[in-house]
Design a protein around this ligand. Structure first.
Ligand code: MTE
Ligand code: CO
Length: 422
């Protein structure tokens, strides 16, 4: 865009520097300018010409100034990017809905490209009529809309032995929360003549790993969805296009992407993904198995290591996310002193079952350092435990289901670091 003819030939940078230095901090963090602010008094580039036409962006991406709000990997964890994981930038998001474009991905054999036309879903095993559905067939059943979080059982798994990764994105970013549109699995089982005999379903994907898992029939008939839309649009390739399973409140590994088969069985299959993986070995050598439900958990997303406090003492918004696989979040407490004292945070909206809840603590920061923590409670009365309490029961051999309380050490400079308090 060309320079405005109305614009004075002053260097904008020099002007800005001068004005910033002259600004006086007042009350609620606003600044009263001591001199004229060229951002207000000068005609700016963006007002001196025309913007882009409506044909410039048939499908929009975030503006380039936000290009750091992206999925990231942990390099030492991601030696092989095909069978790997990346993390949602939860430190930079607000509200509760995760845009598909930055929602974490976890693939055991890479994200595959499967056309709707080539899609088939088989229902077999203990049903009266084994059936095969096309994508279009699925769209002819009555469908439902629900918001649910999907959390990988390994979320926070690198933190079992101590504070390790420096950022909420890395410690807690194996989670996303979307509005799904789909058909209840119950409807499809009934269509195939499920007669109450089979006690389990075995579900698998069309990718090379297939990621097969067994799900008890009680859950399969309850709230499991065969979903084909997320946040109103088609699933992205990496989230299982064209169809994935949504298993509310249960570990992400059960949320089969590129869903191709549901077999009704009388017993669990005991597949790799539910025996050698997604099972936790305890200190005494025994293992916890069938740990499907995700326990109540929370994390302060800002301030946090990737989202330091950018201002001095005064009003500060502390915010974060809370969730529970057992139902709605009813309360979140925040501590500034490593768990000695707690204040109850404000929930942005009443908690919804098996979906992310946003909390805020609108506070006055005195400029001194803080040991920030959050602690979630759900509708069953469950309270998120400390890491020490968790380790006492589970030992340190676990990878999965670490829902211990996270601590950020916020310095006087506003910068934050991942630490543990004892
Ligand atoms: N489904 C298939 N077919 N293949 C996979 O590798 N990964 C599972 C699950 N479903 C996987 C799969 C795991 S471990 C998780 S945590 C979730 O998908 C992640 O879903 P996302 O990639 O949409 O975030
Ligand atoms: Co997972």
């Amino acid at each position: 865009m060309s320079e405005s003819q109305f614009r004075k030939p002053t260097s904008r940078r020099a002007f800005l520097g001068g004005s910033a230095a002259a600004a006086v901090a007042v009350g609620a963090g606003a600044a009263r300018a001591a001199g004229p602010d060229p951002l207000i008094t000068e005609v700016q580039d963006w007002a001196a010409g025309l913007g882009e036409g409506v044909d410039a962006t048939p499908y929009g991406l975030p503006i380039r100034f936000e290009d750091d709000v992206i999925r990231r990997n942990v390099e030492w964890l991601t030696a092989d990017t095909i069978s790997s994981i990346n993390f949602t930038p939860i430190h930079a998001l607000d509200g509760t809905i995760t845009p598909q474009g930055c929602a974490f991905e976890r693939h055991h054999s890479g994200a595959i490209e499967l056309r709707k036309e080539d899609y088939r879903l088989m229902i077999n095993g203990m049903v009266e009529t084994p059936l095969i559905f096309t994508y279009e067939d699925l769209t002819r059943f009555p469908r439902e809309n629900h918001v649910y979080f999907c959390e990988c059982a390994a979320n926070s798994g690198m933190e079992w032995a101590g504070a390790q990764l420096n950022g909420a994105q890395f410690t807690h970013g194996m989670i996303h929360n979307m509005e799904y549109t789909g058909v209840p699995l119950r409807t499809i089982l009934e269509e195939a003549g499920y007669n109450g005999e089979g006690k389990w379903v075995y579900v698998e994907g069309a990718d090379a790993s297939s990621n097969g898992r067994s799900i008890p029939m009680e859950k399969a008939l309850d709230d499991v969805l065969v979903a084909f839309k997320a946040n109103g649009e088609a699933l992205r390739k990496e989230h299982g296009y064209p169809v994935r399973l949504v298993v509310p409140g249960w570990e992400g590994n059960l949320w089969i992407k590129w869903l191709r088969r549901v077999e009704v069985t009388d017993a669990p299959v005991e597949s790799r993904e539910e025996t050698s993986k997604y099972t936790d070995t305890l200190a005494d050598g025994t293992s916890r198995k069938w740990t499907w439900e995700m326990d109540a958990k929370s994390v302060v997303t800002s301030p946090s290591p990737q989202s330091p406090i950018p201002h001095g003492p005064g009003p500060l918004v502390i915010t974060g996310l809370a969730w529970s696989g057992r139902g709605a979040i009813t309360r979140v407490d925040v501590s500034k002193d490593g768990g000695r004292t707690w204040e109850t945070a404000r929930l942005a909206r009443a908690g919804e079952a098996r979906a992310l809840t946003r909390f805020y603590l609108d506070t006055e920061w005195d400029g001194s350092e803080m040991l920030l923590q959050s602690r979630a409670m759900d509708e069953t009365g469950y309270v998120q435990p400390s890491k020490a309490a968790l380790r006492e029961v589970r030992g340190e051999n676990s990878i999965y289901h670490n829902n211990g309380i996270q601590t950020w050490w916020v310095r006087e400079s506003g910068e934050a670091e991942n630490v543990e308090v004892s």
